[in-house]
Write a protein that binds this ligand. Structure first.
Ligand code: ADP
Length: 596
């Protein structure tokens, strides 16, 4: 029934209603008509019977002993005139005269006592019945009447009139009726096909519109004018389509906003489904996980190759609400991973790069440890010697002066460390602001630094080969540049044996000037070259400390140069030497006037 078309169902329904509404009244009318016709036929039969009875009553009495034969002949004669069958039945049911049966055969006829009309006529004087006559082989209407006449033996007089006229009337009526029914049926079929098509058309239009909405085509607007309900329905569907379109538009906009937010985040974000597979990620996560082409559909373990992440994801999916943990990926980046359960059974995982924070925290911890360590050594020494001097015996001895000198030396060392630390802090704070640099002559700054190192140079008999032109203009802060030169010269002197040479040069480029301070000293092993610019980093701690170093000189240089937009690096040994080292740094040249 489901697969039958609406049009066919409608037509079938029409037909059923039509058949029921025309056949029931037609059947009723036909039945009434048939009854009426039969009733009329019976009345007619009784009228004829009465007439025959009247004629029979007037028939003269037969005097001879051929009374039955006479009666039979009389019946045949009357029947011939009237075209009926006339039968006279004796009281016991024996036929004594019959217009349609030869006289000699009457004796062999069945006893008629059990015939319906005979039984009823006996009971109520007269009766009728309609039956098929085996004798005459056709349907007849029988009308019977008790007779008690002087000229005929008592019994029953019966008239049988053929029903052919009645039946032909009924046949005519039924043919007429069937003809009308057929015409009605054809007209109503055509009408129902037309109506069903008219009704089906808007339904097909609605189906088409609903399919279009389902496929996301909201431009199609329904316009059905047939029937108030259909036009109302089409208006509802159009409104529904517009609302769906608005909602979808809203959802798309929200999705785009969310995607923009996710894509703009530096944190990696991934969404897990309830089966623990990656459902979606943002660009940052693709970079973190180095997924090519996409992480979607894979498990976290396949993507990160990290059991800790997989284990956290498993715990969240098993029911834990939120997890926060630190994870190192590829042994280089540290992430704070936040996992939060979402209502549909999946989870959101956010990767926040905290490598810099961890690094800064480590630097801070190392710095505190280093400062404490650096200060503790001279402090311990000062305390030791001072306590010794408290003893009068030692105070009076010749050693007391050397003790006091050591105390002063260590106090100087501590003062140097504190000064360098303050300098470093100042430089680091300056880096956060934009420094007010000016065009200065780097050669003059070097000369100023050289001046301060004269005593040390003399003591160690070290020559300085200054290959810098008299005027080298750079963008810098003079005090900072003097300090850079001083620290580099100081290092070169302290780490070079007596009688060696320090060479200072400058290579002037269009945008930057490269300065170099080269010595012929101990040099720096490759292993340490990268780290010597860190605070308190020393290749040989004891030697550096003994020579008055604080471990902060190069760090100060690096910070000062970074603040002025330059860079510093070391090459040990220099390209053209077997030992020693060269410290190079850059500074920007002033911009040409025309380019300003
Ligand atoms: P320090 O005050 O100890 O010299 P620096 O920061 O200036 O501290 O230098 C860091 C370390 O780099 C030194 O301890 C030393 O081991 C090494 N170094 C610096 N300059 C030179 C140099 N010219 N020759 C050899 N080693 C050097």
């Amino acid at each position: 029934m489901k697969s039958i078309r609406f049009r066919t169902r409608l037509m079938l329904s029409f037909w059923v209603i039509l058949i029921l509404s025309s056949c029931i009244p037609a059947y009723y009318i036909f039945q009434t008509l048939e009854n009426d016709i039969y009733k009329e036929a019976k009345t007619n039969a009784f009228t004829q019977l009465d007439f025959i009875h009247w004629i029979l009553a007037g028939k003269p009495v037969d005097k001879n002993n051929q009374a039955f034969y006479q009666l039979d002949q009389w019946c045949k004669e009357v029947a011939k005139q009237l075209n009926y069958r006339i039968t006279v039945i004796a009281a016991g049911g024996k036929v004594i005269a019959d217009s349609d049966v030869a006289y000699d055969k009457i004796k062999s006829m069945d006893n008629h006592a059990s015939r319906e009309e005979i039984i009823n006529a006996r009971k109520s004087g007269q009766a009728s019945s309609i039956r098929y006559s085996i004798t005459l082989k056709r349907k007849l209407i029988y009308a019977a009447k008790n007779i008690s006449l002087a000229n005929v033996p008592s019994g029953v007089l019966r008239v049988a009139i053929p029903l052919s006229t009645v039946e032909s009337r009924l046949g005519y009526f039924s043919r007429q009726f069937l003809g009308i029914l057929f015409v009605i049926f054809i007209i109503s079929t055509l009408l129902s096909v037309f109506l069903a098509r008219r009704l089906e058309k808007p339904i097909l239009d609605i189906i088409q519109a609903a399919n279009a909405i389902g496929e996301g085509n909201f431009d199609k607007q329904l316009d059905i004018e047939t029937g108030a309900e259909f036009s109302q329905l089409s208006a509802c569907i159009n409104e529904m389509s517009n609302k769906i379109q608005q909602h979808i538009q809203q959802i798309i906009e929200q999705k785009q906003e969310l995607e923009a937010v996710l894509e703009g985040m530096v944190e990696g974000v991934m969404l897990l489904d309830k089966y623990g597979k990656i459902k979606a990620t943002n660009q940052a996560l693709t970079w973190i996980a180095k997924c090519v082409p996409s992480c979607v559909g894979r498990r976290p373990m396949e993507v990160f190759l990290n059991p800790e992440i997989q284990e956290s994801c498993n715990r969240i999916l098993e029911g834990k609400d939120a997890i926060k943990r630190k994870v190192e990926i590829d042994n280089e980046t540290i992430y704070e991973v936040n996992l939060v359960k979402i209502p549909d059974g999946g989870a959101v995982v956010v990767f926040h790069d905290i490598s810099e924070l961890v690094r800064l925290e480590k630097i801070r911890q190392d710095f505190v440890a280093n400062v404490s360590h650096e200060l503790r050594t001279p402090l311990t020494s000062i305390k030791g010697y001072a306590e010794t001097l408290l003893d009068e015996k030692f105070r009076a001895s010749d050693q007391s002066e050397s003790f006091i000198k050591t105390i002063v030396k260590n106090a100087d060392q501590m003062a140097n460390i504190v000064n360098d630390l303050l300098e470093l802090t100042k430089l680091q704070q300056q880096q956060k602001k934009t420094l007010q640099m000016s065009e200065i002559n780097a050669s003059a700054c070097f000369s100023a630094a050289w001046e301060t190192c004269m005593l040390m140079l003399k003591e160690k008999q070290i020559q300085v080969d200054n290959r810098m032109p008299d005027s080298v203009h750079v963008m810098a802060i003079d005090n900072s540049l003097i300090q850079v030169f001083r620290n580099l010269l100081d290092n070169a002197i302290r780490h070079s044996p007596s009688g060696t040479k320090i060479t200072v040069f400058a290579e002037i480029g269009s945008e930057v000037v490269i300065f170099g301070v080269a010595d012929e000293g101990t040099g720096i092993p490759q292993l340490h070259q990268k780290r010597i610019f860190e605070r308190f980093y020393r290749v040989d701690k004891e030697r550096s400390r003994d020579s008055g170093g604080t471990g902060l000189g190069l760090s100060i240089c690096k910070n000062a140069l970074t603040g002025m937009g330059g860079k510093i690096w070391v090459k040990s040994p220099p390209d053209d030497q077997l030992n020693g080292s060269v410290f190079c740094f850059t500074l920007n040249t002033p911009m040409p006037v025309e380019s300003l």
